[in-house]
Design a protein around this ligand. Structure first.
Ligand code: KG4
Ligand code: ZN
Length: 336
């Protein structure tokens, strides 16, 4: 990664090792397999990345790696390798919060100026945040149970779709009628900007297990699930937009950045675009390849930290849990 804040940055190399095949047989991510795959692949990936970027390690300003949150095995392997490289190359080290990397991707791709509103929708996270600067976040809302991508994956499994569930479910939903099944609209109408998806998953399970359900109805159920998710996401995002608008009274251009793997969903994108247009926000969708987990976004977050002179000691420990921001006290009253 090469660049300067606020971006955009220049991608020199961005190698992503997909472990989809290793995990597919188990219908989800298996922590031990993930950690072992990291160990086996990382040295070669670093070598290839350096070669592809055509940089000499001496030219680097810093080495950055994810230090959490996430499955601890994989995080430890990456973090330890990065620390070893920083030591060997005698470069400063930056420990990156994986969520912060997602949060700052819109600067890497679009040079988005602070502040902006971020909707982070991935397999592990579902949050609305005001991003004021690197390391400066205000949490507007988060999920009280499952993340939205997790809900997609679990519902896909209930429908008998192969892993990874999200994209397969989206494909199936395209052939279905969303009105055939009436599903709950989780959290809609609430004054906070929180999310909840486990009730929706339970509702789907009940439908699938009901005596009259036939496999031909799977597409309709997938479409109904996606419609319910969209209703919930847009309602929650609308609450956050109002709050962000109040927090930025003088601003002429307000942006909603949508990041995380679920942002690849075309129907969700279209619904958020329409909502943003109504609410006077511009949407920014970093391209899917940079929205799903990748090395470039971690490098960019490291660059932002390094630019403000923030480095970390080599003793920095991996953090399985590492929230970006604590919840603030403010909760808006429900609109009438
Ligand atoms: O950001 P990401 O790659 O990884 C993290 O969770 O950090 O997000 C992966 C999640 C998975 O749950 C996957 O099912 C979901 O994003 N996803 C989708 C789509 N593509 C990926 N969900 C719905 N529709 C999609 N097209
Ligand atoms: Zn992620």
């Amino acid at each position: 990664m090469r660049g300067q804040t606020p971006g955009p940055g220049t991608l020199l190399s961005n190698i992503v090792l997909s472990q989809v095949e290793e995990h597919a047989a188990f219908g989800g991510v298996v922590p031990e397999i993930a950690a072992r795959a990291h160990v086996e692949a990382l040295d070669t990936i670093v070598e290839h990345a350096i070669a592809e970027a055509k940089v000499n390690p001496e030219e680097l300003d810093a080495v950055a790696a994810t230090a959490g949150p996430g499955l601890i095995g994989g995080v430890m392997v990456g973090l330890t390798t990065a620390k070893a490289l920083a030591l060997a190359w005698n470069k400063p080290f930056v420990a990156v919060n994986h969520l912060e990397a997602h949060a700052l991707t819109a600067r890497l791709t679009h040079g988005a100026a602070f502040p902006y509103l971020l909707l982070l929708i991935s397999g592990g996270h579902c949050q609305l945040l005001a991003v004021q600067g690197a390391g400066r976040f205000e949490l507007y809302g988060t999920t009280i149970d499952d993340a939205v991508g997790e809900a997609f994956d679990k519902v896909a499994k209930l429908l008998g779709l192969p892993y990874p569930g999200g994209p397969n479910l989206e494909r199936l939903a395209r052939e279905g009628d969303p009105k055939r099944f009436a599903l709950p609209r989780p959290m809609v109408g609430r004054g906070d900007a929180d999310f909840s998806f486990s009730g929706l998953k339970t509702a789907i399970r009940q439908v699938v297990r009901s005596p009259g359900f036939i496999p031909e109805q799977r597409a309709d159920l997938a479409a109904a699930f996606q419609a319910a998710v969209i209703a919930s996401l847009t309602d929650r995002a609308a609450v956050a937009m109002r709050r962000f608008r109040e927090a930025t009274p003088g601003s002429t251009t307000r942006r909603l950045i949508i990041a995380g793997g679920v942002a690849a969903n075309a129907s969700i994108r279209a619904a958020l675009d329409a909502l943003a247009a109504r609410e006077g926000f511009e949407t920014v969708f970093p391209p899917p390849a940079l929205c799903t987990d990748n090395a470039a976004m971690v490098a960019w977050a490291g660059l932002e930290r390094a630019a403000s002179g923030v480095f970390d000691p080599l003793s920095f420990s991996p953090k399985p849990r590492w929230p970006l921001a604590a919840r603030t006290a403010q909760v808006l009253e429900s609109s009438p």
